[in-house]
Design a protein around this ligand. Structure first.
Ligand code: GDP
Ligand code: IMO
Ligand code: MG
Length: 429
């Protein structure tokens, strides 16, 4: 029963794409279980860079089956342009990509609502990706969403769309004073999408469970990170899905007893795109330096990422809520050449030590980190392929992170390329 969930342990962009790619080589099926086109997962193969927003990373490995589970929200425009781009690069998805019948579809009005709500929030913006994610999940929970299966029953699609457009345009026009959508244009466009998507829309829970019961290897590819989780993140500065490992069960339709292990992907420092508290955020000068060195610009929106020291308190929480057994630490090489490094072990709030995540987000914003200082290293780590080849101070840094977050280190990534990695535990499955 070899199944493995891979999740981000911080605010996203930890390098999940690279780690999923690495482990996809030995997987039979790769499934996304939440999120939508807000994700941006990067893989660098030789000199070629692939950034995927919706299609699971497994597609880059010939013959692997890929699934977009019911927990994913799908923007057909983004999905099909991604598929076309892959095809132009000689990667065919036909017969390999399946979409859950129950996955919800992002419509143009979801994106307009996303924008309009952000404008209305003025100084309290979440800093969303404007991909319509929140509004698509809102409609799902409100039981008015359009699902992939509706594309196969176009009369149902049209009926649902009519009711939605009437309501959405009313609010867009009269409350948000924003651009509205046109029913006829959407019917035309989505009829075309339906034709192309038809062969891929299936009951994917059956497919995935068959793979698992047949002893095949299934990898669940998480998007975003634990601190962006709708329940356990820095609410309201979060995304609208369950980004933690439990989301793999509800987002694909497999039982918890079928999950064997959970791997957390952890950046060697911390980054965040969008608004919200970030206790270990660097001062402007250091942030700029790290951003350039780590190329910290959003893979989806191109926005500069905020950067800060490693926050062990936050990752410890991620380890707990996702039941993470092991972590893969990425971007260690970005810390090469720094004299000293800091790891945040806890916070101070109103003169008291805080060693658990404060539920009130405003309080998190007022917490001051308690740091432990660690010596940096001057050597390059990029050529290291075993732990022994790393500078001893880099090993100490990894050991301390492992100790503080309560998870073993299974892999260390030392560069963006596929081969720039140290595997410390070859038994991932
Ligand atoms: P994801 O959303 O978690 O998949 O991460 P992103 O792809 O959005 O961002 C991670 C970025 O870091 C990408 O540009 C990767 O190519 C790059 N990257 C991944 N691992 C490493 C690493 O170990 N070192 C360096 N320097 N870059 C890395
Ligand atoms: P990957 O999978 C980093 C952030 C946005 C914003 C908040 C809500 O590449 O790690 P949304 O559009 O989801 O409603 O925005 O979540 N966000 C991400 N940040 N990586 C991501 O995905 C993200 N997906 C959403 O910046 O703060
Ligand atoms: Mg990303």
């Amino acid at each position: 029963m070899p199944s493995l969930v891979i999740v981000g342990t911080q605010w996203g962009d930890e390098g999940k794409g690279k780690i999923v790619d690495l482990l996809s080589a030995d997987a039979d099926l790769v499934a996304r279980f939440q999120g939508g086109a807000n994700a941006g997962h990067t893989v660098v193969i030789d000199k070629q860079e692939f950034i995927l927003h919706l299609v699971p990373i497994g597609i880059l490995h010939p013959g692997k089956v890929c699934v977009l589970g019911n927990g994913v929200v799908i923007d057909p425009r983004v999905l099909l342009s991604e598929v076309d781009e892959l095809s132009a690069r000689n990667i065919e998805v036909d017969g390999r990509l399946f979409i859950s019948e129950a996955a919800h579809i992002t419509m143009p009005y979801h994106k307009l609502f996303d924008e309009a709500k952000e404008i209305k929030r003025e100084s309290k913006k979440v800093g969303t990706t404007h991909r319509g994610i929140g509004p698509t999940y809102t409609d799902k929970m409100d039981r008015i969403g359009i699902r992939a299966i509706d594309l196969l029953h176009f009369d149902v699609f049209e009926e649902k769309l009519k009711a939605n457009v009437e309501e959405k345009n009313f609010f867009l026009e009269n409350y948000y004073h924003h651009e509205t959508t046109n029913y006829d244009d959407m019917v035309g466009e989505y009829r075309g999408f339906a034709q192309r998507l038809r062969p891929w829309i299936k009951d994917t829970s059956i497919i995935v469970n068959k793979f698992i019961s047949g002893g095949k290897r299934v990898l669940f590819e998480g998007a975003q990170g634990a601190l962006l989780d709708i329940d356990f993140g820095t609410y309201p500065f979060v995304t609208s899905s369950s980004t933690i490992a439990g989301g793999a069960c509800t987002g694909v339709g497999v039982g918890p007893s079928k999950i064997d292990s959970v791997l957390g992907v952890t950046k060697a420092y911390t980054t965040r795109v969008g608004a919200g508290p970030f206790p270990t955020e660097f001062s402007e000068k250091l942030e700029e330096k790290m951003r350039i060195k780590g190329r910290e610009y959003g893979a989806t929106t191109g926005r500069p990422r905020r950067c800060g020291w490693f926050d062990a308190l936050l990752v410890r929480r991620a380890v707990r809520v996702s039941g993470i057994d092991r972590i893969a630490i990425t971007k260690l090489d970005v810390l090469d050449g720094m004299n000293t490094l800091k790891i945040c072990k806890g916070y101070m709030y109103e003169g008291e030590i805080v060693d658990e995540f404060p539920a009130q987000t405003a309080i998190l914003g007022e917490c001051t980190p308690i740091y432990e200082q660690i010596w940096g290293w001057s050597e390059s780590t990029r050529e290291a392929r075993t732990l022994g080849e790393l500078p001893s101070r880099a090993r100490k840094y990894l050991d301390r992170i492992s100790e503080l977050v309560g998870a073993e280190v299974a892999a260390v990534s030392v560069g963006p390329r596929r081969d720039e990695v140290i595997l410390t535990d070859s038994k991932f499955w």
